[in-house]
Design a protein around this ligand. Structure first.
Ligand code: NAD
Length: 715
């Protein structure tokens, strides 16, 4: 766990060396070992000073999230944290100089250990990052970070580090005063040791700035005019951005304000309370489960069929050089894979490549990419109108128009050229894969790879397994998704698959609320307050109301008598067929889009969907009820997807929702939210809403049974 040695001059080296892992992590075991070793060194008269270092390529990657995620005993947790604070104070006030040699990335608890040393020197390692990612998982730097960082660098410079989880490079960390020096890589231990030796030679007692008589917070403390101003602005900005859905940044701000109003020791006690509160909160448990463990599992391809050799890709074919085709081509080229970009004419194919040039060009302009790197990437994209160029492709992805006949035609033409083993994937957003595979001569090699727009940026790919799709095709497709750095979830074939189907319920519920007479401004604001990035009506405009209308028509045609008309279908029909308001693309939807100003709600909505308000002018439904409906409608549909085995695992639902349509992570995901509510409570809410609003809220049998048996989706 830790290596410990003492040299001839009495300078001890305490080296983190977590067994069996490539990174040092902090948990009960490694923190216990550190405490024991440091206490021994402080008590040993033969030890004059201490260097803290790492045997791995980085210093310390952070805390053990499995341990934090599992913590449930608040009193025990608070006791452990307080003991940790006492140890750090003993090191700071122990009279022996202690220096940290930071050879690589130093994050979270690792940075806090370093801050608890008198001196910090970092290697000039371009890959190393310094900071506190805790807030991104609903936590705060709870080993003194909220107290030591602002006391060192000032509240202003501390804010992005603590409240946004911003990671910085060594030079910047030195510039703001979080570390003392940066030296050539490999020299950091020597420099740390030198500082210890110099301090011993000078005979001065090592002290942290906050323990000196002259202690002063850079830029002023919380009760100075500048500090007050900064805190007020930070508070307001936080509320505007998060609608107070995320307790972590709010608690961090409280730690800074309350903690810096007093001395360090009281500040640490304050921090320990807020930290314990966050660790025990469902928000951090949700974020750790979905954003960390769920994502990690998906990226490790935990659900990849076993026994299929890993496929490496060198040449991919892309049919359709439109918006999606160009984006997928960019992602593929970025991964170092050649891509044949095919469209109906050479000119249309070239247009797709031009899109890539334009997007990458912006990055070159901003200094994020060199011109040579851009040329290298562009050289991998081969625009063409000739199917013969697809020869040798290991995989062909189709993103032509959303028309069955066109998709069938390009499938046949491509399969005539590519090898018998090659995979054919469709990026369709609505057409069932099993049906499209009928055009294929080898349906076992046919699969759905559903990208999101803009494809070069969006991290999720929904992989759709058709009836005939083989395990080998699935496994090899997953290898492609990972090769281009995206996160896959695997779903079985069905109408709307998983993401479009559940995402669609959010938009539809907004439209149903409008038909009921809820003021549109209230509906869209409720969406934001619920934590969604965009209100449902604004979103309908973005994806186009026409699309909602067309999907409704198609579903009606496909299902015949089994089709049940929804409020959203009536609203879409009125907007599109009667009023010609198709959404943003036509400049008119639920909103107006004036050329000379920001969009605003279309005043005509009041005439076509008269608001039902009480005598006092307020809506007949409360904000909380709207939020509940907009969120729960997604959960009900997600459970149906699990019940129908469209989804294979609850965690896929949660990861897919967060990455696919920016579902609010604080809720964990549509399933994570049911877990948070408690399944019996969720069923009761659904029963109430089903009575009020109709069967779309009816609790699925799966959920009812689980609730009755006391079962859970997650441990
Ligand atoms: P688009 O209209 O921007 O591009 C389609 C391209 O296909 C055009 O360049 C067109 O010239 C080309 N094309 C048409 N017929 C062809 C043929 N026979 N051979 C070769 N090329 C042909 O459309 P898009 O938005 O890129 O969507 C493409 C596909 O991706 C559709 O199936 C769509 O449902 C799906 N999709 C779209 C989104 C989205 O947000 N736009 C998201 C996921 C999936």
């Amino acid at each position: 766990m830790l290596n410990y040695s003492i040299d001839a001059d009495g300078i001890a080296t305490v080296e983190f060396d977590y067994p069996g892992k490539s990174q040092n992590i902090l948990n009960a075991a490694s923190m216990g070992a550190y405490a024991e070793t440091m206490q021994k060194a402080l008590a040993d008269a033969a030890v004059k000073g201490i260097v803290v270092a790492s045997a791995k390529k980085d210093f310390i990657a952070g805390g053990d999230l499995a341990e934090l995620g599992a913590a449930t005993d608040a009193a025990a947790f608070y006791r452990d944290i307080s003991a940790w604070h006492r140890l750090m104070r003993a090191i700071e006030l122990g009279g022996k100089p202690v220096a940290a040699a930071l050879n690589g990335s130093t994050l979270g608890g690792g940075m806090e250990i370093a801050l608890g040393c008198h001196y910090r020197v970092a290697a000039d390692n371009p890959k190393a990052r310094f900071g506190f990612p805790e807030v991104t998982l609903g936590l705060l730097p709870g080993a003194g970070g909220t107290q030591r960082v602002p006391r060192l660098v000032g509240m202003m410079a501390a804010a992005p580090l603590l409240m946004e989880g911003k990671r910085i490079k060594a030079a910047e960390a030195q510039k703001i005063g979080m570390i003392h020096a940066v030296v050539a890589a490999g020299e950091e231990r020597k420099a740390a040791r030198q500082w210890v030796a110099d301090t011993l030679a000078a005979g001065t007692k090592p002290l942290q700035p906050w323990d000196m008589k002259s202690a002063k917070i850079p830029g002023g403390g919380p009760n100075t005019p500048s500090g007050m101003q900064m805190l007020m602005a930070a508070n307001a900005m936080l509320r505007e951005k998060t609608y107070d859905n995320y307790p972590a940044p709010r608690h961090i701000l409280s730690c800074v304000y309350e903690g810096l109003s007093t001395n360090l020791d009281t500040g640490l006690a304050i921090e320990a309370r807020y930290f314990t509160n966050l660790v025990m909160s469902p928000v951090s448990k949700n974020m750790i489960r979905s954003l960390f463990f769920g994502m990690q599992e998906a990226n490790k391809l935990a659900s990849r069929p076993s026994g299929v050799p890993q496929q490496t890709y060198t040449k991919i074919g892309m049919l359709g050089a439109g918006m999606m085709g160009a984006g997928i081509a960019m992602s593929t080229a970025t991964a170092g894979i050649d891509i044949v970009l095919l469209d109906t004419t050479q000119e249309a194919a070239d247009k797709g490549k031009d899109y890539a040039r334009k997007q990458w060009g912006k990055q070159v302009q901003r200094g994020r990419m060199t011109a040579e790197a851009m040329e290298g990437l562009l050289a991998r994209i081969h625009p063409t109108a000739s199917y013969a160029d697809l020869k040798g492709c290991e995989l062909v992805v189709e993103a032509v128009f959303e028309k069955r006949e066109i998709k069938a035609e390009v499938t046949k033409k491509a399969e005539a050229v590519i090898g018998a083993d090659a995979i054919f994937a469709s990026n369709t957003s609505t057409l069932p894969i099993t049906g499209l595979a009928e055009a294929s001569v080898r349906p076992a090699n046919f699969i759905g790879l559903h990208f999101f727009s803009p494809a070069e940026k969006m991290p999720l790919v929904e992989i759709i397994v058709g009836k005939a799709t083989s395990d080998a095709t699935l496994a090899r497709s997953m290898d492609y998704v990972r090769a281009i750095g995206k996160t896959p979830i695997v779903v079985n074939d069905s109408r709307g698959f998983y993401t479009s189907r559940v995402f669609g319920t959010y938009v539809s519920e907004g439209m149903a609320l409008l038909e009921e007479g809820v003021p549109p401004a209230l509906i869209d604001k409720a969406g934001l307050i619920a934590g969604m990035p965009v209100g449902p009506l604004a979103l309908a405009d973005e994806v186009s109301i026409e699309l909602v209308y067309k999907v409704a028509q198609q579903t009606r045609a496909d299902l015949g008598a089994a089709y049940v008309e929804r409020a959203a279908d009536r609203v879409a029909t009125k907007m599109v067929a009667d009023l010609g308001r198709l959404g943003r693309k036509s400049g008119a939807g639920f909103y107006d889009y004036p050329a000379d100003g920001p969009k605003h709600l279309w005043p005509g909505l009041a005439e076509h969907f008269p608001p039902r308000v009480g005598a006092d002018g307020t809506a007949m439904i409360s904000l909380e009820q709207i939020v509940e409906r907009l969120i729960l409608v997604q959960s009900v549909e997600t459970v149906r997807c699990l019940e129908e085995k469209v989804l294979r695992a609850p965690i896929d639902a949660d990861v897919g929702a967060i990455l696919g349509w920016a579902y609010p992570p604080f809720r964990g995901g549509p399933i994570g939210w049911l877990h948070t509510l408690g399944l019996p409570q969720a069923v009761a809410a659904m029963d109430r809403l089903a009575t009020q609003c109709g069967p779309r809220f009816a609790a699925p049998k799966l959920l009812r049974d689980m609730a009755a048996k006391g079962e859970h989706f997650y441990a």
